[in-house]
Design a protein around this ligand. Sequence first.
Ligand SMILES: *Cc1c(COP(=O)(O)O)cnc(C)c1O
Length: 355
Amino acid sequence: MEIDLDKIYHNARTLVSRLGERGISVTGVTKAALGSPEIANAWLRAGVLRLGDSRIENIATMQRANVTASMELIRSPMLSQLDLVVANTHLSYNTEIEVLRGLSSAARKANHTHGIILMVELGDLREGIMPEHLESAVRETLFLPNLVFQGIGSNLACRSGVSPDSRNMAELSALADSIEANLGVSVPTVSGGNSANLEWVLSGAETGRINHLRLGEALLLGREPLHRQVIKELHTDAITLKAEVIESKCKPTQPWGEIAQSAFGEVGPTYAKGSITQTIFAIGRQDVDFAGLDPPSGITILAASSDHLVVDSSNYPGGLAVGSEVPFQLNYSALLRSMTSPFVTKTMYSQLEHS
Ligand SMILES: *Cc1c(COP(=O)(O)O)cnc(C)c1O
């Protein structure tokens, strides 16, 4: 995997300034970068103020590398990890009273304070407190020692594909207003969501109380996740995956013999083209979600097993010799899997001098 830190920086700089004009600050979400300190530092240089990850292990990686920023756990903390959460993060996103109580006693034990953002369910049906129960959760947070209520948030478009829009975002703003009116506390952060909120925010919509987004995919891949459109002036090729050819031969497209299940249960789609140049790359399901790979033109992906990616390279200009390397673009799913594979070497490069 080749990671162009200058393009990563450019994407972050562009979005941070565009959102800043709308009064919206950014938490850079490092989970798809596995908490890479280099990527985190590029984002911080670009004006990202806070870093978030769903895994405490990734946050610990950044802490060990002396990445200096406010650290946030964006997945509800596990009861079994509360001491780690309090030790390694400044803030976490929460939905369960039991967890809040546990965080409070862990923070007290460690003589720390810990920030809390309460997540609200707005229809996507992943994490979130039902709106009618939000106020009592805020009350509980205010009551618990060593916790600091920092605001509310929502997450859409992850489980069910529910799009952030003026209706559900106005509901979040109204909840912030009613907490302030009824409980007499301020709600400093109103965190609208993830990269899926960008289309709505950048359309110039009235953003109300929304003053914060948590962004991963848009910063890394330059696309919004609802329709996977390129975000204006962002790089979509900051990250490429290069795979090496280990076999390339003229073969028929139809298998022969009695056909049962393949290694992964499916029988491949029929691809009847007579004979083709079939090429195998030394990369497989253990390293990448092959459905999310975008090959260069002239290459059609046919199938993948654990360690092999099988393609039709008949139309690849110049052909593919054994040992040659070909760059692929990755979608979010492919990126996540490749970052996580210990078999994929990550190479970062930058032309810019950073002091
Ligand atoms: C993953 C995640 C994000 C970032 O999502 P992107 O689509 O990568 O921007 C934000 N918030 C939460 C709660 C997440 O789990």
